[in-house]
Design a protein around this ligand. Structure first.
Ligand code: UDP
Length: 240
């Protein structure tokens, strides 16, 4: 409820597509700057923020596979794409005066720390933002699943899933069906049974097994990240 005050520690999953702005491909610095400003506000408010960013604005392994590439190799390309998003966001967060560390699941010492969960927690305790890049470092997984796993490992209270162009979970695709109905709350089992397109099944199952609540909300609506952190009634809350 809104009265509960801000969350203490959150895992924010950012849509990679959103980073492209209108372009679809690559990074639009204006969009990343706007997202960084919002994150900086909630960090200054005392909330510890860990972040996972998707990579759909560069490559999706499954899409390259359809075009004839080996799935694992194209998944690695997808993971490497997420790291560029991480560096872009790190840059704008640092410009906002927010200390930020990127940790990657594929080691690349010149650009980021390796994924070290205990060190990530230490960063969060010191008020630094930690951005997890390169997914889980494993093909056949998604950044949604990564977001759930990282949220669990750093003991985030909630997974805040910021979507591009949709303000929650609907019973059908609101972009093609004007009669689509939005859910305010959902149970994990309903998401699975109705095959609702929130995240992949691996991610949802991991949330269900470990009771991690997910708030799905529109990422680019101004002020929404702060609203999500304050547990205001936006988007769709998935739990129990
Ligand atoms: N990926 C992967 N393992 C992971 C995370 C990501 O193989 O643990 C690859 C996969 O190919 C995926 C791509 O990285 O298509 C981009 O991530 P995702 O599709 O989750 O980004 P989004 O669609 O959310 O922007």
């Amino acid at each position: 409820a809104a009265e509960e005050g801000p969350r203490r520690r959150v895992l924010l999953k950012l849509s990679g597509e959103a980073f492209a702005g209108g372009g679809g491909l690559g990074v639009d610095p204006d969009v990343v700057h706007a997202i960084a400003r919002e994150i900086a506000t909630v960090v200054r408010g005392g909330t510890e923020v860990a972040i996972v960013i998707g990579g759909g604005n560069f490559f999706r392994g499954a899409e390259l596979q359809v075009r004839g590439m080996d799935r694992a190799r194209s998944d690695y390309m997808g993971m490497l794409g997420t790291v560029m998003n991480c560096l872009a966001l790190q840059d704008f967060l640092m410009k906002e005066g927010i200390e930020t560390r990127v940790q990657t699941a594929i080691t690349m010492g010149q650009v980021a720390e390796p994924y070290l969960p205990l060190r990530a927690v230490r960063h969060l305790e010191k008020g630094r933002v930690v951005i997890f890049g390169a997914g889980m470092g494993m093909p056949y997984f998604s950044t949604d699943t990564t977001a759930v796993q990282r949220a669990l490992e750093v003991h985030a209270e909630v997974l805040l899933m910021g979507k591009n162009g949709v303000d929650g979970v609907y019973d059908s695709d609101p972009k093609t069906n004007p009669d689509a109905v939005k859910f305010d709350t959902l149970e994990y089992s309903e998401v699975i049974a109705r095959d609702l397109k929130v995240a992949d099944l691996t991610a949802i199952t991991l949330c269900k097994d470990n009771d991690l609540p997910i708030l799905v909300f529109e990422l680019l609506a101004e002020g929404n990240i702060a609203r999500a952190v304050r547990s205001e009634k936006i988007g769709t809350l998935i739990c129990g």
